[in-house]
Design a protein around this ligand. Structure first.
Ligand SMILES: [Zn+2]
Length: 359
């Protein structure tokens, strides 16, 4: 009965997620008005809204005007139903199972919103992050709290640094615009200080420059051209200075992740497109940290397996990008896919890989 219940619940949640995916980016209410046909505007009754079945019975057309309905709707419903069914095979009826359903539902919504808009709403990424941390704190599920927090910071830090180096190469080593009071510059500084002095001090120093930037109204930062090249140097030299490589790496990722997630949260509450003194729109770079926030959120649920999610996401995303020759693909759906695979099969995959290596 439990798997059947999970499947039906998933279909219904999927039907709601269609509404979320459609309305959340537009800032519309999720409950009102009730669903209408996008073509004829006729209000849809309960018989038109049975997940998957209505679509099949009506052969993909509106009952009233006969115009085609996007197959996306039954697809999202079937996908959510399938994921909930999968979860029910791993978890018995429990609070834990409900948390896994929430994890999966949020990922489905994020993936499809990113496909449509190339954006990952902060409400959903931070919702996923804080739900993971809260669950870890209260239930030690799916990971103990320390592991969840480390996972979130490490994963966000790793991807923020990858983005930092990517940006530096794309700009051909020209210095990027520094955000006031906080932006990627602080993230890169936190990584460097974190490598040299440990994550706590690294974060503290970067937060200090954030405060100074806020106070003075101008960026108080080290240039990326200094911090980013020095960072790998610090990693390489660490063993010669009596520190071990692993804790140096960890120090920089943790500190960078702390700044990236805290800075992202700051910008999430700031009105966007503020106009500065020169009259130009200041769209903060930190808003482009959607993937960083999503991977950070996955870290809270997956711990170190979030790095496996990142690897799988890059791998599948690159394959799809090559296969369809697309230049710009949203990364969120692939991260979400990697997250789901790593959540259910991460340990199995890791053990199989180790066995294959003969370890
Ligand atoms: Zn219609």
């Amino acid at each position: 009965m439990w798997p059947l219940f999970a499947l039906v619940l998933g279909l219904l949640v999927g039907s709601f997620l269609n509404v979320v995916v459609h309305r959340l980016p537009r800032g519309e209410s999720l409950v009102f008005p009730p669903s209408r046909c996008p073509h004829c505007g006729r209000r849809l009754g309960p018989m038109d809204l049975v997940p998957v079945l209505s679509y099949l019975v009506l052969r993909g057309r509106c009952r009233y005007c006969g115009k085609p309905i996007s197959p996306r709707y039954p697809l999202v419903e079937a996908l959510t139903g399938g994921l909930f069914l999968l979860a029910s095979l791993f978890y018995p009826p429990s609070l834990e199972a409900l948390l896994v359903f929430a994890f999966l539902g949020l990922l489905v919504a994020l993936a499809f919103i990113d496909l449509d808009t190339f954006e990952l709403p902060d409400g959903l990424t931070y919702g996923l992050l804080f739900l993971g941390l809260l669950s870890a704190h209260l239930l030690s599920f799916p990971r103990p709290f320390a592991e969840a927090l480390d996972g979130a910071l490490l994963a966000a830090g790793a991807l923020a640094l990858i983005a930092g180096y990517g940006g530096l190469f794309l700009r051909r080593f020209r210095e990027g615009r520094a955000e006031v009071p906080v932006g990627p510059h602080q993230v890169h500084m936190a990584a460097l200080f974190g490598a040299l002095l440990g994550p706590g001090v690294g974060m503290a120093l970067a937060f200090l420059t954030w405060a100074l930037s806020a106070r003075t109204g101008r960026p108080v930062v080290l240039p990326d051209r200094i911090t980013l090249p020095l960072l790998p140097l610090a990693w390489i030299l660490a063993p010669y200075l009596g520190a071990d490589l692993l804790s140096t790496l960890k120090g920089s990722f943790l500190a960078a992740g702390g700044l990236a997630l805290a800075g992202g949260l700051y910008w999430a509450f700031k009105p966007v497109n503020e106009v500065n003194k020169e009259g130009e729109e200041t769209d903060p770079v930190a808003i482009g940290y959607g993937d960083v926030k999503l991977l950070g959120a996955l870290g809270a649920w997956l711990g170190l397996y979030s790095l496996l999610a990142l690897f799988l996401g890059v791998f599948v995303g690159a394959l799809v990008g090559l296969a369809f020759r697309q230049r710009k693909i949203p990364f969120g759906p692939y991260l979400a896919l990697g997250g789901v695979v790593a959540f259910f099969f991460g340990e199995t995959l890791w053990r199989a890989y180790m066995a294959w290596l003969g370890l």
